[in-house]
Structure formats: C-alpha cells, structure tokens
Design a protein around this ligand. Structure first.
Ligand SMILES: [Zn+2]
Length: 118
C-alpha cells in the first residue's frame, strides 16, 4: 500500500448497516426521506447517488451526476463497490456509503448518499 497516495485520496465515509425489520425502508441520512415506498419500490431523493447490489455486482440505481462521474473516470467496477472506488469517482467526505444488510435476506446493497447534492 502506498501511504502517501492514501493520504491524498479523498475520504468517503463508509458504514455497515443492519436492518432488523426487512420491510422498513432505509432513510436518507441527509434529509430523512425513506428511499422505498410500501411496495419496496425505490424512491430516490436528490441525495442518493447510487444503489449497488454487492452480490449481483450491478447497479440498481445511478443518479445523473453519478453516471457522469462514472463515464469520466473510466472506472470499471468488477467487484464489490467500496469507498476506494467511490473516491476514484471524485467523491470526498460529502459522500456517505451505507452497506445495507436486511434481516432474512442474503443480499447486500450499497446505498451512497451525496450530502453535497443540491
Ligand atoms: Zn435525501
């Protein structure tokens, strides 16, 4: 690991979240809006940058801003999405990545919220 490089890389906050009630929607940490309706259909607020299925290794949601960053950076994601990849997209400490596991569900989803979204 190159330490000098690590210090230059912007820090993206990353946390694992376990949700005991599988029907409860994850709420945006910036504005508090539930990200799913009662039918568990995604209802992204303006802060949601992306949702990534860690098992299927594919995006289920990308904001327009996220799409642009992905295209510009030419980053290819072939594994789990983590804070390192998100930092490569130019995100810093304004981004909070929540790695969500739901009770009774094997899949893990990463919800990334951009606190700088306006
Ligand atoms: Zn929000």
């Amino acid at each position: 690991m190159n330490l000098s490089n690590a210090f230059l890389t912007p820090r993206v906050s990353y946390a694992s979240v376990y949700q005991a009630a599988s029907v409860a929607a994850l709420c945006c940490p910036a504005c508090g809006t539930p990200q799913e309706d009662e039918l568990q259909v995604l209802q992204p607020c303006k802060h949601l940058a992306c949702v990534y299925d860690q098992e299927a290794q594919q995006f289920t949601f990308k904001s327009d801003n996220f799409k642009q960053r992905l295209a510009l950076s030419q980053t290819s994601i072939t594994d789990e999405l983590d804070s390192h990849v998100l930092a490569q997209l130019g995100y810093g400490d304004g981004l909070l990545a929540l790695d969500l596991t739901r009770a009774g569900c094997w899949s893990r989803e990463l919800f990334a919220f951009d606190f700088n979204a306006d």
